[in-house]
Design a protein around this ligand. Structure first.
Ligand SMILES: Cc1cc2nc3c(=O)[nH]c(=O)nc-3n(C[C@H](O)[C@H](O)[C@H](O)COP(=O)(O)OP(=O)(O)OC[C@H]3O[C@@H](n4cnc5c(N)ncnc54)[C@H](O)[C@@H]3O)c2cc1C
Length: 454
């Protein structure tokens, strides 16, 4: 037998794809397979924005394979049953898969290994496909993962990256393996980005040419929107993190260094989750919080979700999320801090809302960043609270970001837009913007008391 199956999951690309390269070595025939996994839907991870982006990715992957003489096989159902079925139909003797970090992905790998072994098929799992540095490749003495970013980053930087692989010229797919039609899905956010490897590569090229050099200076500028926006491509694997690190380093300069550091943050969270999969739902470092919940803080939570908290910079970011299915990192930080620390609401409620809308919504990055902000994660200063007014003054000094996303305030010029409650009576009514849901000092006092800070 000379047939391999490549199971695509979060690695929807042809460039720099070690499983595909290994599967087709020596001219072997390959079945490129994607399974619309019922369990992912059942777990509530199949949010419309991500399904729409995924549909673009699959269409593009299929087109790329067709240009090379192949095609994508799409099935839906239980992923293990479908892989075994396809391997049987194709007469395959091996299945290739990219390693991944979530509890679900680890369990999937285990179930696949077991089922394929019983059928006499070998499972080959490839590292450094969905991460630049594989989880566990660097670890401190006496532990299976790094719990603090700075020492992790030091080690991560010294790791040698594997060479970047080109896309295959030809992909030979055997006859007789049927496919369902490619899915067509629509997102809920009007301003949703388009998916697919071609789109990702075009964005990357433009970023390296024009954006990256100013990244260090401008990445926190909310209105400037000067980050790469490559996160959905990293989440779906239409871009390779290894390729990104290598090409950014080749570009060089302070901007590229700062960008590579963010890619290391991505790997950092992935290695935490790989070692502690329960950190997707449970506190990584419990602080004995007695969070407010949907039952006790419903009104505040709804105001936050809707972008009607009365704090313009918070509301602007929450509305950007709804409109684009994406939010600037500074917005994510300050809205998450506002929910968990100022409103003292359980981080899981915020993380869930983000996952419902984010096109880059990712178990490792979302849950562990939420925990970082909530102070239950890896932040070495777990009780820091981001004041939305200070954040607004620093990262939206002229108020342009607020005016872009909060139309009720669009007529207020300059930084006054951050404190509409200071406007005189008549002006205030005219803008139709809500009063603050809470006094910041009140929120701070409650949080400090809850954390036993006196
Ligand atoms: C509360 C909260 C929730 C988040 N949820 C997610 C999520 O679900 N998915 C997601 O990909 N990112 C998440 N992030 C991290 C970060 O906000 C986004 O990766 C980033 O804003 C994406 O925009 P970009 O591609 O333009 O980033 P850039 O600034 O251009 O950075 C390049 C890449 O580095 C990685 N990166 C950047 N910042 C971080 C970070 N803080 N942690 C880990 N990786 C990072 C991302 O892969 C990003 O695409 C979250 C952050 C916070 C504070």
């Amino acid at each position: 037998m000379n047939v391999s199956v490549v199971l695509f999951t979060s690695d929807l690309r042809l460039h720099d794809h070690p499983p595909l390269r290994a599967a087709s070595a020596g001219g072997r025939a390959v079945v490129p397979l994607f399974v619309r996994d019922r369990a992912v839907d059942a777990a509530g991870f199949a949010a419309p924005n991500r399904l729409a982006f995924l549909a673009d990715c699959l269409r593009d992957l299929d087109a790329g394979l067709r240009e090379r003489g192949g095609r994508l096989v799409v099935r839906s159902g239980d992923v293990v049953e479908e892989v075994c079925r396809v391997a049987g139909e194709a007469g395959a003797d091996e299945v290739h898969l990219a390693a991944d970090v979530s509890r679900y992905a680890q369990r999937r790998e285990e179930r696949l290994r077991h089922a394929l072994e019983a059928a006499g098929v070998r499972l080959r799992v490839h590292d450094a496909v969905t991460s630049a540095v594989a989880p566990g490749a660097v670890a401190p003495a006496g532990s299976d993962h790094f719990a603090v970013f700075t020492p992790y980053f030091r080690r991560w930087t010294r790791e040698r990256q594997r060479d970047v692989l080109g896309a295959p010229r030809v992909v030979r797919v055997p006859d007789g393996v049927g496919s369902e039609r490619l899915p067509v899905d629509e997102g809920v956010s009007q301003g949703l980005a388009a998916g697919g490897e071609r789109e990702g590569r075009a964005r990357l090229a433009a970023w390296l040419r024009r954006g990256i050099s100013a990244y260090e200076d401008r990445h926190d500028d909310l209105a400037g929107d000067a980050t790469s926006r490559l996160s959905p491509h990293l989440h779906f694997g239409t871009l390779s993190p290894v390729e990104l690190v290598r090409r950014a380093r080749r570009t060089g300069g302070a901007g590229a260094e700062a960008f590579v550091r963010q890619l290391a943050w991505r790997d950092f969270h992935r290695q935490v989750l790989a070692a502690r999969p329960h950190a997707a739902d449970a506190d990584y470092r419990p602080r004995h919080d007695r969070w407010r919940t949907e039952r006790t803080a419903h009104g505040d939570i709804e105001a936050w979700r809707e972008g009607r908290t009365g704090y313009p910079v918070v509301d602007a970011a929450m509305r950007q999320l709804r409109h684009e299915g994406w939010m600037h990192n500074r917005g994510r930080l300050l809205t998450a801090s506002f929910l968990t620390k100022t409103l003292y609401v359980d981080w899981r409620i915020g993380a869930r809302h983000f996952l419902d809308l984010l096109v880059d919504g990712d178990v490792a990055n979302n849950q562990l960043n939420w925990q970082w902000v909530a102070g239950t994660g890896t932040d070495t200063r777990p009780n820091r609270v981001l004041n939305p007014l200070t954040q607004a003054r620093r990262f939206d000094p002229d108020g342009a970001y607020v005016r872009r996303w909060v139309p009720e305030l669009a007529g207020i010029e300059g930084p006054a837009v951050h404190q509409p409650w200071k406007l005189r009576g008549a002006d205030r009514g005219a803008v139709g913007y809500p009063e603050p849901v809470i006094e910041l000092s009140e929120g701070l006092a409650r949080f400090r008391e809850a954390r036993g800070l006196g």
